[in-house]
Ligand binder design. Structure first.
Ligand code: ADE
Length: 249
């Protein structure tokens, strides 16, 4: 039977998933808690990714090597960098790049040395299913997010975007840095700190991978404001609802 790995970047998101996994077992590996159980009749292993590319790569490798997961989904938050990517929107990755990878002049900027490429694609079919679930959840925003959070975070007609996500070991929190990133990678829709590493591990092992990020900030000077509340009251609700609505084939 197929085993799905669920990686969440934030405690609050993982907690919401774990609540829906009765009878789960904790298995400790590499200082992480892996939760083995079932999600809607599907065997799953859920785990906190930890933060940053190396930590997330270790977590993904353990999921594949030790727990035998044969598909992997990642949920978390990201800073919106593409035009029109607003707080409360959702970005589904079709590919990832490491914005801080630069082995020039030996290799082209962003190219991962010895891979001959800078982009790592997600799995089209897994992503299609997740996109359908996300559309459904976003169209019923008020069912999943309380009216106070909707008003406070100005969540109006949130949209689903699909495209490139840039990952790097930096929390991007200034307009100047965000602009530099936009100039280097004009197609990037969002920035976060793990996805490209997990995509690379999944490519190494041939494991299908999909990733979904709720936009928590615009990667500018206000990027830190109310981050935890946003994760608790918006992003973790979205993630749970989207994963619940996701029909795996
Ligand atoms: N995750 C959420 N917001 C982010 C940002 N601005 N930079 C990096 N990772 C993030």
């Amino acid at each position: 039977m197929a085993i799905l790995g669920i990686m969440s970047a934030m405690h609050e998101e993982l907690a919401a998933v774990l609540d829906a996994m009765p009878g789960k077992q904790r298995v400790g590996v590499a200082g992480r808690d892996f939760w083995v159980g079932h999600w809607q009749g599907q065997e799953v292993v859920a785990v906190l990714s930890r933060i940053g590319k190396v930590a997330a790569a270790t977590t993904a490798t353990a999921l594949i090597e030790r727990f035998g997961v044969d598909r992997l989904v990642f949920t978390g938050v990201a800073g919106g960098v593409g035009p029109g990517v607003r707080v409360g929107d959702v970005v589904l990755a079709d590919s990832f790049v490491q914005h801080d990878m630069d082995a020039s002049p030996l290799f082209a900027r962003h190219e991962v040395p010895l891979y001959g490429r800078s982009r790592f694609d997600t799995h089209a079919e897994l992503s299609r299913g997740l996109a359908a679930a996300a559309q459904q959840v976003l169209s019923q925003l008020g069912t999943h997010v309380g009216p106070q959070a909707v008003a406070e975070f100005g969540l109006h007609a949130p949209r689903l975007h699909m495209g490139l996500i840039a990952s790097g070991d930096r929390f991007v929190s200034s307009a100047a840095e965000c602009q530099t990133l936009q100039q280097a990678l004009p197609e990037a829709l969002a920035v976060e700190m793990e996805g490209a590493a997990v995509a690379q591990v999944c490519a190494d092992y041939g494991v299908p991978f999909a990733a979904l990020r709720t936009i928590s900030d615009r990667a500018d000077d206000d990027a830190h404001a109310d981050f935890s509340r946003f994760v608790r009251e918006v992003a973790s609700r979205y993630s749970l609802a989207i994963l619940s609505a996701w029909r795996l084939v």
